[in-house]
Design a protein around this ligand. Sequence first.
Ligand code: FE2
Length: 266
Amino acid sequence: MTTKPSDAPWADEPFHLIKTPSTYLTDSHSYVHTASEMAHSHNVIIRGLNAIIQQAPYVAISTDKNYIAQDVKDLLFYVHSWAKMMNHHHFTEESSIFPEIEKFSGKPGLMEGPKQQHEVFHGGVEKLLEYSSTTKPEDYRWEGPNGMKAIIDSFSKDLTDHLYSEIDLFLGFKDLDNDGLRKSWDKGETVAKQNGNLAMLYDVFPCVLGCADKTYEVGHTFPPLPWVVPYVIQYWFAAGNGAWRFNPCDWWGRPRPLTFGPQSGN
Ligand SMILES: [Fe+2]
């Protein structure tokens, strides 16, 4: 079940969220854990994408009477952070998690499918990263052939199809060795954490926290972090940055109404 803060459109559409495997599978094999952890990450990416698609149409552009340059600047920063977050997820998979799984299973090429899917939408994501980091607020457009919507539309279906199908792939790992799968997953995660850097606390991290709905379904603890982290993000790394208005949840993973929408007066 999705917890929506109101009847207004929220970050659970247009692209539907993934049902977390641990909520419907009772098997104690580690494929349920790995598929569920992956589903949490993918739902974070999907909520972020939906939050952009739902709110961007209501951010005034420079030809509008109610144009506020800072709103556009914040939107572009948010989009850039989201795209970076997504790239980081796929980089982590390709550089640590996938090789670990292929190595332990003794099946080279096992993760070839998702790697090829990454290639399909990679170009679109790069374009979005460039647009969101180089466009001046007065030149920004949502609609039109040169607008941001066209870039997002060019890869969003391929991206979400991939995010859904990768969970199915992980659900097929019940035939792999239970301990081996868990160990290779944990090892991949450790390497991924080491790949993180301080700069990410200013963009990728606040995006993850603000897109992780901890009330989703039965309630989830993803991402598992010390209690102090949301406070540090709020009062230090994210302080004074209006981009986080676009997050669909607060720093504690509680869903909140979207800032920009038909009722926002923007
Ligand atoms: Fe993934």
